[in-house]
Design a protein around this ligand. Structure first.
Ligand SMILES: *Cc1c(COP(=O)(O)O)cnc(C)c1O
Length: 369
């Protein structure tokens, strides 16, 4: 089976983890944490980075550090992974969903302003599948209405908009290091910011609200969102190889594009002129005039030993969030979700595997597989 996405872990990770175990620094103190944070801040082009236990907790910590809570509203896309929405719900603020634009399935920036009111506190865009959102427009809206801008960059390590890194535009950028993300620590997350005050506040909040000066004294409600030294050790090794992971993913996407563009009925992912898409996932959509559905295609690919994944199911269609979101229509997100799925996208994917996947798709479309 060609997996849809598997981490690329090697001897470097083993070396650093062994170092943690041998030195017995396996908790949330130890030198790898600080080194990973410093190097990750550098990687993003931001002044500060604060590690957390997951992308979900990074998002929650970001919103909490900005003081977002009950009575506030946060604007986010319906087409995302549930963690983005959960983070808003955890704060007690009201999530306000927005439909996608067609080409990237990122938040449709043209629909945002009509949803802004006195209670709106923040914009929370998501760089879907590694393609950055239109950051100039989002930053402009945030400035005009005095809103915080928090980026969910969980899928976009190293992606760029006008030569600037995803995660470095907003007040805070949030990353995930879950096992299938471009850089992984197994489970883990990070927030990045240029604001010292926010970074300090986040450090206190993620550590149960402990006062940095006085021991066992709590200055405010906090959480235990501390990353372990072992996770940071894996993360540091990953980060040192990140440029290679990213360039392979881009090459793989180009290779997929060059073959699949000749097959009728397959819509390829886009890359806008001003961005660097890092293709966390290489996603395609089947056009409506193909005689087979996405599920049939995915099933046939599975029979050929190729694992794929359906696009996200938009948040407004989730039973879990019924009481949190309204009953508006989000037709673009729904259409994308219905027709889209992603192909094997690991950093370690070989040319031969890509050719095999494309050849299988060709045969399925032609009806010979
Ligand atoms: C992966 C992901 C997260 C958070 O993931 P964790 O599993 O909590 O690390 C958040 N948002 C998006 C868009 C993601 O893809």
């Amino acid at each position: 089976m060609i997996p849809v996405c598997k981490p690329s872990i090697g001897t470097e990770e083993l070396k650093y983890v062994t170092d943690c175990v041998k030195s017995s620094w396996i908790g949330s103190m130890g030198t790898y944490i600080e080194e990973f944070e410093n190097e990750f801040a550098k990687f993003c082009g931001t002044k500060y980075a604060v590690s957390t236990t997951s992308g979900t907790t990074a998002l929650h910590l970001a919103l909490a550090s900005l003081g977002i809570g009950p009575g506030d509203e946060v604007i986010l896309p319906t087409f995302t992974m549930a963690a983005t929405l959960y983070a808003v719900i955890y704060t007690g603020a009201k999530p306000v969903l927005i439909d996608s634009e067609y080409s990237t399935l990122n938040i449709d920036t043209g629909l945002i302003e009509s949803k802004i009111n006195q209670r709106t506190k923040a914009l929370l865009p998501v760089h879907i599948y590694g393609h950055p959102c239109d950051m100039d427009i989002l930053a402009g809206i945030a400035r005009k209405y005095r809103l915080y801008l928090v980026e969910d960059a969980a899928e976009a390590h190293g992606a760029e908009y006008k030569n600037k890194k995803a995660g470095s535009f907003g007040d805070i950028g949030c990353f995930s290091f879950y096992a299938n993300k471009i850089i992984t620590t197994g489970e883990g997350g990070m927030i990045v910011t240029n604001n010292e005050e926010i970074a300090c506040k986040a450090r206190i909040l993620k550590n149960l609200g402990f006062s940095p000066e006085k021991r066992f004294y709590h200055v405010g409600l906090g959480y235990n969102y501390r990353m372990t030294n072992i996770e940071a050790a894996i993360g540091l090794a990953q980060l040192q190889k990140a440029d290679r992971f990213i360039s392979t993913r881009i090459n793989n996407a180009n290779k997929y594009n060059s073959i699949l563009k000749d097959i009728d009925g397959i819509e390829l992912p886009t890359e806008k002129a001003e961005v660097k898409n890092v293709y966390w996932m290489y996603g395609i959509r089947l056009s409506k005039d193909l005689p087979l559905t996405k599920d049939e295609m995915m099933q046939k690919l599975a029979q050929a030993g190729i694992e794929t994944r359906s696009f996200f199911i938009p948040m407004h269609l989730q039973p879990a969030f019924k009481e949190w979101v309204g009953d508006e229509q989000y037709p673009v997100a729904e259409d994308g979700a219905q027709r889209g799925f992603y192909l094997p996208s690991s950093s370690d994917l070989t040319s031969e595997e890509i050719e095999y996947v494309c050849d299988s798709i060709y045969k399925i479309v032609k009806g010979s597989l």
